[in-house]
Design a protein around this ligand. Structure first.
Ligand SMILES: [Zn+2]
Length: 149
């Protein structure tokens, strides 16, 4: 019997703890997968989580940005801070779930790192045809969100 591995499945059997599985290379650039993921995650937050649709879409978009980054990130050498690009020692490093390391002090480097990968992920998703949530003129205003009064 074949094992079906979901795009979103968490593998808890590895000794290293839970790991987010990424799609096969061929599907990483399939817009349908990312679009379906976005819609599914927004609906989950709206209907199961009780979030207003606008907020559910924003949270879903943040999640798929993260998933895009996780699937497409470029590895940073362990001795280099992913935030500032400077050398980093083990005693000053914060190991992130995506494998990157940043300086712990003040979280400045973690923030800088996220400020680089998140817009890149968002741009890549938009290039695939996805439309991020937003105010008037966005998919939200056109399709599913209530009109502000
Ligand atoms: Zn740093």
């Amino acid at each position: 019997m074949a094992t079906v591995v979901s795009f979103f499945q968490i593998n808890t059997y590895d000794q290293g703890g839970p790991q987010l599985l990424t799609p096969a290379d061929a599907s990483r650039l399939d817009p349908t997968i990312w679009s379906d993921l976005y819609e599914e995650r927004a609906a989950h937050r709206q209907f199961d989580g009780g979030y207003p649709r606008v907020e559910a879409e924003l949270l879903a978009w943040r999640e798929i940005e993260w998933r895009w980054h996780f699937a497409h990130r470029e590895p940073v050498p362990a001795e280099v801070c992913a935030g500032c690009g400077q050398l980093i020692g083990a005693d000053e490093a914060l190991d992130l779930i995506d494998g990157a390391r940043v300086h712990m002090k003040g979280h400045r480097c973690r923030i800088a790192y996220e400020q680089r990968w998140r817009p890149a992920a968002s741009s890549a998703l938009v290039a695939l045809g996805l439309q991020p949530p937003g105010p008037i003129g966005s998919r939200c205003a056109r399709q599913v969100c209530p009109t502000p009064s």
